[in-house]
Ligand binder design. Structure first.
Ligand code: SF4
Ligand code: SF4
Length: 180
């Protein structure tokens, strides 16, 4: 993270550092533990402040309460190279495990066709409908996490996600109290 901050400084840009997602070429790679990611990110945050480089993570998004994690719930349409429409930017191929969930239509010569029933069924991807999140103090901060990750993990977010969400929220709450 420190090296990436130096590159960002040289380029004059900001940085967003996320935990590693095991997809594509990285599907079989070992994942950095959530504790190591949190620890490294907190160190990087301190350094970024000193270096004046804007640094973010999905987990450090601040207090902006919402109930939907991303527009993959049928709001977003990504047009794939084959003309099909996916509402999740991680689902880009017909043989993706979640293709039948997120590929909702196609662009034709004269019009765009989307299956309204399928789009409507994506609306349940909302923290208000998740049993796992019902009593979680971080629910309006986390918003239930990435729909794709949740669906691939039998409808629940993996524990490492929840640990990070809670750790970042708790840290931000303490900072907010301290600054007042
Ligand atoms: S991968 Fe997750 S966060 Fe990204 S678009 Fe799909 S559901 Fe949303
Ligand atoms: S941290 Fe876990 S349990 Fe809490 S809202 Fe997020 S996904 Fe749900």
């Amino acid at each position: 993270m420190e090296d990436l901050l130096k590159i960002a400084k040289d380029l004059g840009c900001g940085l967003k550092l996320e935990p590693f997602t095991p997809v594509g070429r990285g599907a079989d790679e070992e994942i950095l533990s959530q504790d190591a990611y949190f620890e490294q990110f907190m160190l990087a945050l301190k350094l970024a402040k000193e270096m004046n480089v804007p640094l973010k993570s999905t987990y450090s998004s601040g207090f902006d309460p919402k109930c939907i994690f991303c527009a993959g719930d049928g709001e977003m349409f990504c047009v794939l190279p084959n003309g099909k429409i996916s509402t999740c930017s991680r689902v880009t191929k017909d043989d993706d495990l979640l293709a039948s969930t997120f590929i909702v239509g196609k662009v034709l010569d004269e019009k765009v066709e989307a299956n309204p029933v399928q789009v409507e069924s994506l609306r349940h991807l909302n923290v208000m409908f998740y049993d796992q999140c019902e009593d979680c103090f971080a629910k309006w901060y986390c918003m239930g996490g990435c729909h794709n990750t949740r669906l691939l993990n039998n409808g629940v977010m993996p524990e490492n996600h929840c640990i990070l969400e809670k750790a970042f929220l708790w840290t931000n709450l303490i900072k907010a109290v301290d600054s007042n």
